[in-house]
Design a protein around this ligand. Structure first.
Ligand code: 2M8
Length: 417
């Protein structure tokens, strides 16, 4: 571990990353690669800012909700200012007139209620006015998920980008079933910033773009998308994160004296739905392709969010112990013994410390403090030695993807240090 002197400078470095990625009221995930405001990245950014600048934590969340659509949908990217460094930009999404800020047409894992609550717990007096303003917006967003993205209590995604785990092995089956015919010619920008072997493949990108075109053709209409998007996969990340977010929203409702029957109903629905994600063959929580009913059949970091959702699972505890034995690093995005594991390729193997941070929050809540502490120590050592990168090789700890990354610096300040 680091000594006290290193710690001081690491905290300063982490704060400098957040300041450096601050574009005035909102953060970009990292300069260059991701020049806009991303939805769940901003939740983590708020958690980081809440450790040293509470007003800035609130503005992160409030700027995010400035892009909420009248339907309640909160987009996964807000294009506040044009930037040619990222593809696909606003012109490709074709969402003009649908929301108050140029944006994508899909959402992302709803961590905002949880980080609103955690920020409020550090700022009870001055934070009241902020939770009063945010509460109805959070409620509308969660209601949108429950109305338009919920199948038998499981939250499904209509695009891999919606899940936040873009090229996870979980999508291999449903993505293989898509024939990306008729996509417009395009030039990727991500591979100009990052080594292509750390990024999704061309086959993935063709399908990402095909799905954006399909959403655009449907006018991003929620009912039509639920019916006709070629990609419709029940996702443990989304289901667990929304379940947790509803529990935190319930706490905010109690604080504000709001009626909470609707939220309690959602929690019951999602608790039942989450059980459907368990693969009866393995006991592991897995994605389900709603076109075929097939479980994905592999262990990803999404399954370790069960405790974060308030769900106990001895099978996943066993998987966690196996992951601890297999590597000295935090839990990877894909089980290392899986034939499809790829140590450097984005969501198909690398370790994402923000996923470990919320996994640990859940482990603490569910009475597994030693396992949570193990994740924290491993993450702290990794970040202290290798910096605040986007993700890391789970065998060597080598940093990968974008550098000076907002959510990595944020979880250092809020949890790992
Ligand atoms: C990654 O996703 C974006 C598309 O949304 C991309 O690769 O272009 C994912 O890691 C996602 O979870 C994250 O929110 C985003 C920004 O950090 O990057």
């Amino acid at each position: 571990m680091t000594n006290a002197r290193d710690h001081i400078s690491l905290d300063e470095q982490a704060r400098a990353v957040l300041r450096g990625n601050d574009r005035g009221g909102y953060s970009v995930p990292t300069d260059g690669l991701y020049p806009y405001q991303w939805n769940w990245d901003s939740g983590f950014a708020a958690w980081g800012f809440a450790q040293f600048d509470l007003p800035r934590a609130w503005s992160e969340l409030e700027t995010l909700f400035s892009g909420q659509w009248p339907t309640g949908m909160l987009p996964h990217i807000l294009f506040h200012r044009p930037d040619p460094g990222y593809f696909p930009g606003p012109e490709v999404w074709g969402t003009e007139g649908l929301g108050p800020v140029p944006s994508s047409g899909i959402s992302q894992p709803p961590v905002a209620a949880t980080f609103t609550r955690l920020t409020y717990e550090k700022d009870r007096a001055a934070g009241r006015v902020h939770i009063e303003a945010l509460y109805p917006k959070l409620l509308a967003w969660h209601r949108w998920f429950m109305q338009w993205r919920c199948h038998e209590g499981m939250i499904f995604v209509t695009h891999p980008w919606e899940s936040g785990r873009d090229n996870t092995v979980d999508w291999d089956g449903p993505m293989a079933a898509i024939d990306p015919v008729g996509i417009d010619p395009y030039t990727r920008r991500d591979t100009a910033h990052v080594d292509p072997h750390m990024r999704p493949t061309k086959e993935d990108y063709d399908r990402y773009l095909y799905l954006v075109q399909r959403g655009r053709d449907l006018g991003w209409d929620d009912a039509k998308m639920a019916d006709s998007m070629p990609f419709k996969v029940a996702d443990p990340t989304m289901t667990f994160i929304l379940l947790r977010a509803n529990r935190d929203l319930l706490a905010l409702a109690a604080e504000l004296g709001e009626d909470s029957a609707e939220i309690e109903g959602w929690i019951n629905v999602l608790e039942e739905g989450a059980e459907r994600l368990r693969n009866p063959a393995s006991g592991v929580f897995e994605a389900i392709d709603l076109k075929t009913g097939a479980h994905a059949g592999n262990v990803t970091s999404a399954a370790f969010l069960c405790w974060y959702a308030g769900i106990e699972c001895p099978v996943m505890l066993g998987e966690l112990m196996e992951a601890f034995e297999a590597s000295q690093f935090p839990v990877p995005s894909q089980k290392v013994t899986d034939p499809k594991f790829d140590a450097m390729r984005y969501w198909r193997g690398p370790t994402w410390t923000m996923m470990n941070a919320i996994t640990a929050l859940g482990l603490i809540d569910m009475g597994h403090p030693d396992a949570a502490e193990e994740l924290r120590i491993r993450s702290a050592r990794l970040l202290a030695e290798r910096g605040f990168a986007e993700y890391f090789n789970p065998h060597t700890g080598d940093p990968a993807g974008g550098g000076t990354f907002t959510w990595t610096a944020a979880i250092w300040l809020a949890w790992a240090s």
